[in-house]
Design a protein around this ligand. Structure first.
Ligand SMILES: CC(C)(COP(=O)(O)OP(=O)(O)OC[C@H]1O[C@@H](n2cnc3c(N)ncnc32)[C@H](O)[C@@H]1OP(=O)(O)O)[C@@H](O)C(=O)NCCC(=O)NCCS
Length: 208
């Protein structure tokens, strides 16, 4: 088997779940985590080497693959653009406890956490997070840099444009579209479309 050496950007709680998932994917070996804000030396046995300034050295050591473990959508996009420019390729971390239809289409740099379900006909864009126990039903289109937080439920034919955040425990009824960089608060029940960059909350969810 061709084993790929991987660097993870970020070493917080989100990274912990990713490292755990990748430990069951033998095609990947995590060489290091990078997080300039971390006071720790390792996470689940993987060394934390410092910040992004380590990237050129890692490239010299033959590390060509990366995954960005940053929950904030805009920060994740900024980092993805930087690493793409440096020539990194992105892997996906898919928990062995997630259920992903063989008829779903996944981009790159994606994290799919334990208990998540992705049904047939759904497309998941690059650098998206499908968090613990969330469910994305059939024929959804989730654009790049989105984050579906733990326990959120998207019914069929939901469309999220780039960078949407759907807070924990939220629900979205069928055929809804959220404009780019929409933020839905925890527990939102989304029954109408949202324009770009709206903050919405409540039941039914409204802009605030
Ligand atoms: C909506 C949210 C961003 C607001 O955070 P905040 O700006 O710090 O707001 P505050 O906690 O100061 O609350 C401000 C008001 O909004 C209300 N509020 C906060 N979160 C709310 C929510 N999810 N739904 C409805 N009302 C909410 C508060 O009760 C408060 O109301 P009040 O002014 O009448 O007392 C935050 O509460 C939230 O839901 N974040 C999502 C968290 C999440 O899902 N994380 C996933 C991580 S993986």
């Amino acid at each position: 088997m061709d084993i790929k050496n991987v660097v993870i950007i970020g070493a917080g709680g989100h990274a912990k779940v990713i490292v755990d998932s990748l430990s069951t994917m033998p095609q990947y070996k995590i060489i290091a985590l990078l997080d300039s804000q971390s006071q720790e030396k390792e996470l689940l046995g993987v060394p934390i080497l410092g910040g992004d300034e380590q990237l050129p050295d890692l490239i010299k050591q033959g590390v060509k693959h990366a995954l960005i473990a940053i929950g904030d959508n805009k920060r994740r996009k900024t980092m993805a653009l930087k690493l793409t420019t440096m020539g990194f390729q992105f892997i996906n971390a898919v928990s062995q406890h997630a259920i992903v239809s063989k008829h779903a289409i996944l981009g790159q740099g994606i994290c799919i956490m334990p208990g998540a379900v992705i049904n047939a006909g759904t497309q998941i864009g690059d650098h998206t997070i499908i968090n613990t126990n969330s469910s994305i039903d059939h024929d959804c289109n989730i654009a790049a840099f989105s984050h579906i937080a733990p326990g959120a439920t998207l019914a069929g034919h939901v469309t999220l444009e780039e960078g949407c955040f759907v807070g924990t425990g939220s629900s979205i009824i069928p055929n809804i579209s959220l404009g780019q960089w929409t933020n839905a608060a925890a527990g939102s029940v989304i029954v109408t479309n949202a324009k770009a960059a709206q903050q919405i909350k409540g039941t039914p969810a409204k802009a605030y």
